[in-house]
Design a protein around this ligand. Structure first.
Ligand code: FAD
Length: 599
């Protein structure tokens, strides 16, 4: 361990997406010494892929909008399982976070009178998403990155954290390796902010990139924190279905927000057949009313294509199952017949190029074929809303890796704003705690040695299979047995399969050297993916109802007795098995409760 590269900071941020960068900026502003570590190059995080926009009730397009309406939409979209305090802080603070980005140089699209423009998205009562064409994430990252660099924050890129280091149960630092050289690195820091994003790579069809292996979820669990709402995985209704090499790549909801409609093989706008009771009062019941809504939101109700994502994904799934799908197993998404080519190219430039280049489809002239794709995990580290601190002292989580904010289903656009609101809160709280500390927790040489040995174990074994085969089988298991529609038998089977996959992972061997060796990196990521998958399957089996992103065909109804219960996953003392704990939802204060009684 004495030869291992070591660094000391007040705050270590793991992850350089929107949440990580916003946390680092806040921690630096609070006077802390800060470092950011990320697995890929700076600027390559998931956040950069975000297309549609960031939700904030600025009221630029509809002055009736307010944080209260945004809060209500978010809670209803999450089927009321969200932590009310997180949803409140998010709705209240998102506008300031967007304005602040603008002050830092972000160039948003404008309304005719020069305000930040806001677009429509599913589940949002008013046009609310601040955006830059369909490349919003790129502008967000560019702005935050520029500020991070200007503030002189240290960035360790292409560096993967494999373990959190603790002292007496509290956080003391983190251990990882440089992807290029394979050499180890240790950080001493009394505050660690996890901002590692999602888990999508556990599924076969996903909009997520190679980085999203649930590392932060697993690190938190192993450190003693709990993960909440893990049964809720969001399948975005519209991913590409063809050609096979691009299956799962996202087709932004902005296509529907800008007027695109879904049709089955008979040409029918089938979403009118899938309006649930819960949303009937606010959803149009004729094509005429739905179409009028785009220009007059005050006197018309929202088109059913803009119901929350879980509803739309299930409807598409049902149409395909009923034999009314498109040639490649999806449905049709049509914007070509709804707007002139010039409008489509201006509003959706990335989508236009994506389909032209990847599928040879001109979306200004013909419909797209789309189907559900694993997109986002609502579940994550349970945190205290105001500070984003987990139950482990010194460990904070923000962004997609944190849980509670989105309940059973996230509304589109609410992630980018979540990153900014809670990234800032996590960074500030982490800095305050670290700088106030008189005696810092030390990291132990024994722990560093053990972390190094664990990381090198796959090199010590010979003749085992390689990590890619196991990953592929894991993706099949999660896709086929814990996917968009679930039942007890299949999930039991999945859990048995996961035990087998865990056995195979423990026997993996890696060929070659430590220098840039993706097979080795995947072997290490796999144990995180397995742990997170076990959480998803166990929580999903436990929740015997359908709600939000969790649909069971053996319990198809929403059950009131589950309306006040959150499931938390924790690791048992052996560190080997996940167990599930039921917890009552925190009670919402009366003044917020009243918002649900008004229409
Ligand atoms: P990410 O941006 O995912 O960043 C995670 C960071 O953690 C990366 O830097 C990664 O390298 C690092 N990391 C991970 N593990 C480790 C490790 N072990 N060690 C070191 N570093 C690690 N949301 C919206 O609100 N609006 C949208 O329009 C929208 N569009 C989307 C489009 C696409 C195609 C996708 C995939 C998602 C979209 N989302 C959207 C969701 C949103 O983009 C993500 O939820 C959000 O960007 C996650 O941000 P984050 O900061 O939590 O993590």
């Amino acid at each position: 361990p004495s030869t291992i590269e070591r660094h000391q900071y007040d705050v270590l941020v793991v992850g350089a997406g929107g949440a990580g960068l916003r946390a680092a900026i806040a921690a630096r502003d609070a006077g802390a010494r800060v470092a950011v570590v990320c697995k890929s190059l700076l600027g390559k995080a998931h956040t950069v892929m975000a297309e549609g926009g960031a939700a904030a009730a600025m009221g630029n397009v509809y002055s009736e909008d307010s944080w209260q309406v945004h809060f209500r939409d978010t809670m209803r979209g999450g089927k009321m399982l969200n932590h009310w305090r997180m949803a409140q802080l998010h709705a209240q603070e998102a506008p300031d976070r967007i304005h602040e980005l603008e002050e830092w140089g972000a160039l948003f699209d404008r309304t005719p009178d020069g305000l930040i423009s806001q677009r429509d998205f599913g589940g949002h009562r008013y046009a609310r998403l601040a955006h830059v064409g369909d490349r919003t994430g790129l502008e967000l990252i560019r702005t935050l990155q520029q500020r991070t660099v200007a503030l002189g924050i240290d960035v360790y890129m292409e560096c993967t954290i494999t373990e959190l280091l603790q002292n007496g149960g509290r956080i003391a630092g983190a251990f990882g390796y440089w992807r290029e050289s394979g050499r180890f690195i240790a950080f001493e820091a009394p505050s660690v902010v996890l901002a590692t994003g999602g888990i999508g790579k556990s599924y076969k069809v996903t909009s997520n990139s190679w980085e999203y292996t649930g590392d932060g979820h697993a690190l938190a669990l192993k450190a003693g924190a709990s993960l909440v709402n893990m049964e809720f995985v969001q399948f975005h209704p519209t991913g590409m279905v063809w050609p096979p090499s691009v299956k799962g790549i996202l087709v932004t909801e902005s296509v529907r927000g800008d007027g695109g409609v879904l049709r089955n093989s008979e040409g029918k706008r089938f979403m009118f057949d899938y309006i649930p009771e819960f949303f009937k009062a606010e959803t149009a019941d004729s094509e005429e009313e739905a179409d009028r809504w785009y220009t007059d939101k005050t006197n018309n109700r929202r088109p059913p294509e803009l119901l929350p994502r879980d509803e739309v994904a299930r409807a598409i799934n049902a149409e395909v199952k009923a034999g009314r799908g498109s040639p490649h197993g999806g449905v049709f998404l049509d914007i070509a017949s709804r707007h002139p080519a010039e409008y489509i190219q201006r509003r959706l430039p990335s989508m236009y190029h994506q389909f032209k280049e990847l599928a040879d489809v001109d979306i200004t002239a013909e419909p797209m074929e789309v189907g559900p794709t694993c997109h986002y995990v609502m579940g994550g580290v349970a945190v205290e809303p105001d500070t984003a601190e987990s139950s482990v002292s010194g460990l904070y989580a923000a962004g997609e890796v944190a849980g509670g904010m989105h309940g059973a289903n996230r509304l589109g656009g609410n992630s980018l704003s979540d990153l900014l609101v809670f990234g800032r809160r996590a960074g500030a709280a982490a800095a305050e705690a670290a700088t106030a500390m008189e005696q810092r927790p030390a990291i132990s040489d024994d722990d560093i040695r053990a972390a190094g040995e664990a990381a090198l174990a796959p090199f010590e074994r010979e003749g085992g299979e390689n990590a890619y085969a196991v990953q592929q089988d894991l993706q099949d298991v999660m896709h086929n047995l814990v996917g968009i529609i679930r039942n007890a038998d299949e999930m039991q089977k999945a859990l048995e399969e996961l035990v087998r996959l865990r056995g195979r992972t423990a026997q993996l061997s890696v060929e070659g050297h430590r220098q840039y060796n993706p097979g080795w990196h995947l072997a290490l990521d796999l144990s995180n993916m397995l742990l997170v998958s076990e959480c998803i399957a166990k929580a999903a089996l436990e929740r015997t109802e359908s709600r939000g992103g969790h649909t069971r065909d053996d319990f198809p109804a929403t059950d009131d007795s589950w309306a006040t219960v959150n499931l938390h996953c924790v690791l048992d003392e052996t560190g080997e098995a996940v167990s599930i704990r039921r917890e009552a939802l925190p009670t919402m204060p009366d003044d917020l409760q009243e918002l649900f009684e008004q229409k």
